[in-house]
Design a protein around this ligand. Structure first.
Ligand SMILES: Cc1cc2nc3c(=O)[nH]c(=O)nc-3n(C[C@H](O)[C@H](O)[C@H](O)COP(=O)(O)OP(=O)(O)OC[C@H]3O[C@@H](n4cnc5c(N)ncnc54)[C@H](O)[C@@H]3O)c2cc1C
Length: 408
C-alpha cells in the first residue's frame, strides 16, 4: 500500500523539473507538487559551471534556480539527495531511494543527461575530470589552480568554455585536444568554428585538432595525454568534454518508449508513450512541430521552455512545444555567441568574421534552418522568423548589410 499521494510528481532536480514546478503554480495548480532530485543541491543553472562560477565571478547562490525559501513559499516539496528508483506506471506509484512510496496522478520525467565517459587506458588516474554538477566545477577550478597545464579533451562547448575560463581567470596554460580539425566544427562548420578557434588561440590556448585520444599516462595522477596520432602532451589536470548521454535508466525500467536519439519518445505535447506521463529537457525526444521530425536537444533554454510546456500539459492545456531552440555560449569575456536552430546547410555570413561581428545564416535547400550570431543579437529575431515561416530569403540579400532583414 502506497504511503502517500501527490498530484504532480516531478522526477529530476534540474532546470526542466524546476521550471515545470514554477509554471504549475504560475498557471494556478493548487494540488501537491513533489520534486525529487538525486543531487545534494536544489535545482540550479548549469551554464555558469563552465563560465562565471568556474571563474569565481558567480557565487553558488547566484547560480541557484531560486533561493531556498522560494520552494516553501510556493508549496513545492523538494526532496534532494533522493532518487526515484522505480516507477510503476500502471499503478502510478514511485519508489524513492529513502524507501518512500509515492502514489501520483501525473508525472514529469526530467532526468537529464550524464557526461559521456571515455574508457581509455589511464582513465581512472587522479586529475581527470568531467563537468556536469556543482562539485565538478569547484574541483576543476581548485585542481587547475595547482596544475602546470590543463588539457581539455574535446573541442565542443565544454572544452572551449573551460579552456577560456581557466586561461582568463587563472592565467592557466590550456591545450585542447580534439577529433575535429577546428573547434565547434560539428555544430557550426569549419568557417565559423575557425572563428572561435582564432579567439582561443589569440588568448594563448593551444589547439590540437584531428587527434584521437589513445591513453592517459601517470603513476597515481595524470601526467601525460597520448593520442593515436602520436601526439604526447604533458598535463597534470585534464577535463573531458565528450558530449552527454540521456539518463534513461528509470524511463527504460518503467517501460517508456525510447526514440532513435536515445531519449524518452514524446509527442509534440511532450507526452510520453504512457498518457499523463510527460518528459522535458535533455532526456526528452519530442516530435518537433517546427522541424517536422523527432528532436532531442541538450540546451538550457530548451529545458527551461519544455519545463513550461510540460506544466501546461500536466494541467490539461493541450499545448504543442513549438519554440525554436535557442542556445548561447561564452568564451570568458573574449567572445559570446547566440544560436537558433538546430539546422544544417551552408553558412551565409552577414558582417565580418575578422571583426568578430557577424551572423551566420545556415541555408539548406534555400531555406534558413539556423543562425549563429556574435555581437548582432538583433539578427536572431529575423532568423527565428525565417525558420518558423520556412522562408527562402535570397542569399545575397542575407549577406548584404545594406538590406534590411525585416524586408526579407
Ligand atoms: C557545464 C555546463 C555548461 C552548460 N552551458 C550551457 C550553455 O551555455 N548554454 C546552454 O544552452 N546549455 C548549456 N548547458 C546545458 C544545459 O545546462 C542543460 O541542457 C540543462 O541543464 C538540462 O536540464 P535538465 O533539467 O533537462 O537536465 P539536468 O540538468 O541533467 O537535470 C536532471 C537532474 O535529474 C537528476 N536525476 C536523474 N535521474 C534521477 C532519478 N532517477 N531520480 C532523481 N533524480 C534524478 C540528475 O541527477 C539531475 O540533477 C550546459 C551544461 C553543462 C553541464
Amino acid at each position: 500500500m502506497a504511503a502517500r499521494f501527490v498530484d504532480f510528481l516531478l522526477i529530476g532536480g534540474g532546470l526542466a523539473a524546476a521550471n515545470c514546478a514554477r509554471w504549475l503554480r504560475e498557471e494556478g495548480a493548487d494540488g501537491s507538487i513533489l520534486l525529487v532530485g538525486r543531487e545534494p543541491d536544489p535545482p540550479y543553472n548549469r551554464p555558469p559551471l563552465s563560465k562565471g562560477y568556474m571563474q569565481g565571478r558567480e557565487s553558488r547562490d547566484e547560480v541557484l534556480f531560486r533561493p531556498d525559501e522560494w520552494w516553501e513559499e510556493q508549496r513545492i516539496e523538494l526532496a534532494v539527495r533522493t532518487s526515484v528508483m522505480n516507477v510503476d506506471l500502471s499503478e502510478r506509484v514511485a519508489t524513492l531511494s529513502n524507501k518512500d512510496e509515492v502514489r501520483f496522478d501525473k508525472a514529469l520525467l526530467a532526468t537529464g543527461a550524464n557526461a559521456r565517459r571515455l574508457r581509455v587506458d589511464g582513465c581512472d588516474l587522479d586529475g581527470i575530470h568531467y563537468l556536469r554538477v556543482f562539485a565538478n566545477s569547484k574541483t576543476i577550478r581548485e585542481d587547475a589552480a595547482q596544475a602546470e597545464r590543463v588539457i581539455l579533451i574535446g573541442g565542443s562547448y565544454i572544452g572551449t568554455e573551460v579552456a577560456a575560463s581557466l586561461a582568463s581567470s587563472q592565467g592557466k596554460a590550456c591545450a585542447i585536444v580534439m577529433l575535429e580539425d577546428v573547434t565547434l566544427e560539428r555544430q557550426f562548420g569549419k568557417e565559423v568554428g575557425g572563428f572561435f578557434q582564432g579567439v582561443l588561440e589569440d588568448h594563448g590556448v593551444e589547439i590540437h585538432g584531428g587527434q584521437e585520444l589513445e591513453r592517459f599516462e601517470g603513476s597515481d595522477a595524470v601526467r601525460k595525454v597520448v593520442t593515436k596520432g602520436g601526439l604526447e602532451l604533458e598535463g597534470d589536470c585534464v577535463v573531458i568534454g565528450a558530449g552527454v548521454l540521456p539518463e534513461v535508466t528509470l524511463a527504460r525500467s518503467a517501460g517508456l518508449e525510447l526514440g532513435e536519439a536515445g531519449g524518452v519518445k514524446c509527442s509534440s505535447r511532450l507526452e510520453s508513450s504512457v498518457p499523463g506521463i510527460y518528459a522535458a529537457g535533455d532526456v526528452c525526444e519530442y516530435d518537433s512541430p517546427i522541424h517536422g521530425r523527432p528532436m532531442r536537444i541538450e540546451h538550457w533554454d530548451v529545458a527551461f521552455n519544455q519545463g513550461k510546456t510540460a506544466a501546461l500539459n500536466l494541467l490539461g492545456r493541450e499545448t504543442e512545444h513549438d519554440v525554436i531552440p535557442y542556445f548561447f555560449s561564452d568564451l570568458a569575456d573574449w567572445s559570446s555567441m547566440e544560436y537558433v536552430g538546430p539546422g544544417s546547410g551552408e553558412p551565409v555570413i552577414r558582417g565580418s568574421l575578422e571583426d568578430g561581428n557577424f551572423t551566420a545564416f545556415y541555408v539548406d535547400d534555400d531555406r534558413v534552418t539556423a543562425a549563429l550570431t556574435v555581437g548582432r543579437s538583433d539578427d536572431l529575431e529575423h532568423a527565428t522568423r525565417f525558420i518558423k515561416e520556412r522562408s527562402t530569403p535570397d542569399r545575397a540579400a542575407l549577406a548584404d548589410e545594406g538590406t534590411d532583414l525585416g524586408s526579407l
